[in-house]
Design a protein. Structure first.
Length: 591
């Protein structure tokens, strides 16, 4: 069979997959029996369904891992903005730390991530029972993805369901993070010989290869101490415990696996940091494991990581606009003080004729480049990338719904907020909620909060669609993990070297003479924490990082987050799940 065709088509193996551990959150064993035994779909189709789960809102939707891992952190927040984004307070709760077992964001993401577990189990059985000529490879990928979904479930919820797919009538088990992390590590280490090297056996960075396994193992070893002692009152985690296998420590294993990736020669750091998040970035040299997105007649990708933060009157085409939702916290924006010249902070766009979009009031017009959207050719406006602050500029619409033009070019004007036309689109670093404990803005305050334009805005198929592949693991993140492991071992010099490689490998645009980032003279834990934020913001890793560094529980009053107890380091099992399955025990603090 031609894997490339099947995986690009992303065929879902059976509608019943959405029933188990999703939707109705039915964990009944009879239902699971129907899925594991009653389907005869091919091995490749079963595995395609496993990969599909990554891009079906889980890691691409603003309500998915972005809400769980970033909005609960010091990086971002999704406040109520006037008449928008109230939704019963479910978004505010993620930053106010008032979530409960009935929170819809927590329930939806439990369903999504555990559905990934179910699909992986189905694939393991289908591949085992099949006769595919790449059976060994496909089975290793399915087991790798089972570990990937299980790891994320344990990270978020502290527990994860499992059932042996090859044993008829096997009971559902509830894996506990403290014990299961060791088994997961051993499981992934065991399948490495059967996995393909990236690019071999027709693999690509959208599949679970040896290199994806190294990255996952680095993550698991880095967080193993937290999994074993989640509720430690002082966040004094034992990061140098003996590793699961061998005589090394956890941090030694992080260094070992990250070095396999860094020293392999397969990946290189992009001088233009934002190219990692461009449209059609599938060949980006940093991508190790990514969600392959494609605008077609099946999924159309997701542009949520880009357009969720844009204001509704910010339009990259006449038919594609922002949604004015999420923004950065004042704390995270303040962490960049003195570092606005870092190439990862922002980048201005240059058109082919040399025009720069300055976004500072000096722009009059930009070239009318075009994109074909749903078969119609339309103008395509390029906003700048990275962190956006202050008054915003761009195209306005005519009464007929077209961009305003001047001399055959797209006219650039100062912008106002769509739902408060007397409010300038002036993105302010401070949020200044009327009630400091509630993330709520009045209609004339909806401009507040600096915005994250890290991912490129794809104008191709109307709101929400995208060709941008979403990095799950990329080389920049691997360097941050190795730097952290070095520092936790007391090797400040090696940690500083890795951080400075990241800093100096990135360069600014030619408008600023392609200046590289500036190396740091020293490093400590607080500096490293800041630097990881510079490299990895908006990529759905911040919450576990904050827990490791002992910073998750602290109050962030300028963004409505109070001091919290250690039980908040893990989310509750959704009440819907507790109601239908007695196998789960509710996590501490949520009874």
């Amino acid at each position: 069979m031609k894997l490339r065709t099947i995986f690009n088509n992303k065929i879902i193996i059976a509608a019943c997959l959405t029933v188990v551990l999703a939707g109705c959150t039915n964990l009944d064993e009879d239902v699971l029996d129907e899925v594991l035994v009653g389907e005869t779909s091919s091995s490749t189709n079963a595995l395609a369904a496993v990969y599909d789960r990554l891009g079906e809102d889980t890691f691409t939707n603003a309500g998915g891992m972005l809400a769980m891992q970033e909005h609960t952190s010091d990086v971002s927040i999704l406040p109520t903005r006037g008449s928008d984004w109230g939704d019963g307070g479910k978004w505010r709760a993620m930053h106010e730390f008032t979530w409960a077992p009935d929170n819809a964001v927590i329930t939806d993401n439990f369903n999504r991530i555990t559905d990934g577990i179910t699909r992986s189990l189905v694939a393991i059985k289908a591949i085992t029972d099949g006769n595919d000529d790449q059976k060994e490879l496909l089975l290793a990928e399915a087991k790798g993805m089972l570990a990937f979904y299980t790891y994320h479930t344990l990270d978020l919820y502290g527990q994860a369901p499992y059932r042996d797919p090859l044993v008829a009538g096997a009971p559902i088990q509830m894996l506990q993070a403290g014990d299961a992390i060791d088994d997961l590590i051993l499981d992934v280490e065991a399948i490495i010989p059967q996995l393909a090297d990236l690019g071999q056996q027709r693999t690509h960075n959208g599949r679970f290869t040896k290199q994806a396994a190294y990255a996952l193992l680095s993550t698991m070893y880095l967080n193993r101490a937290v999994f074993k002692d989640r509720y430690n009152e002082t966040s004094s985690f034992n990061f140098n415990e003996a590793a699961v296998s061998g005589t090394d420590t956890d941090m030694d294993r992080v260094i070992y696996y990250t070095s396999l990736l860094i020293d392999s020669g397969r990946f290189t750091l992009a001088s233009n940091y934002f190219s990692n998040f461009d449209i059609n970035n599938s060949g980006a040299p940093e991508l190790i494991f990514a969600i392959t997105q494609k605008i077609d007649n099946q999924h159309n990708g997701s542009n949520d990581l880009a357009y969720n933060s844009m204001e509704r009157n910010q339009r990259c085409s006449p038919t594609n606009r922002g949604t004015n939702a999420s923004c950065l916290t004042p704390e995270f924006y303040a962490s960049w003080e003195g570092h606005h010249n870092d190439p990862r902070f922002s980048r201005k766009y240059q058109y082919a004729d040399g025009t720069w979009f300055m976004n500072d009031g000096t722009d009059v017009s930009v070239p009318a480049v075009t994109a074909t959207i749903s078969g119609v050719t339309q103008p395509w406006f390029h906003f700048n990338r990275g962190i956006q602050v202050g008054q915003q500029y761009g195209p306005r619409l005519t009464p007929s719904g077209a961009f305003e033009m001047v001399d055959g070019r797209i006219k650039v004007s100062s912008l106002v907020c769509e739902k408060s036309a007397t409010t300038p689109m002036d993105f302010t670093p401070d949020l200044n909620f009327d009630n400091p404990t509630q993330a709520v803005f009045a209609q004339n305050q909806i401009n507040r909060g600096t915005r994250c334009f890290k991912f490129e805005f794809d104008p191709q198929a109307g709101n929400g669609a995208s060709n941008v592949d979403i990095p799950l693991y990329r080389l920049g993140g691997i360097y941050t993990m190795r730097a952290e492991a070095y520092l936790r071992k007391g090797d400040n010099g090696a940690a500083l070297a890795d951080v400075n490689i990241l800093r100096t490998s990135r360069t600014r645009e030619s408008l600023y003479a392609n200046a590289p980032g500036v190396a740091l003279p020293t490093i400590d834990m607080d500096i490293l924490f800041r630097e990881i934020g510079f490299e990895m913001y908006w990529e759905m890793w911040r919450r576990p990082q904050m827990v490791r560094f002992g910073k998750f529980d602290a109050a962030r009053m300028t963004s409505a987050k109070p001091a919290s107890q250690p039980f908040r380091r893990v989310f509750p099992i959704p009440q819907q799940v507790m109601d239908v399955n007695r196998g789960f025990t509710q996590n501490r603090g949520y009874n």
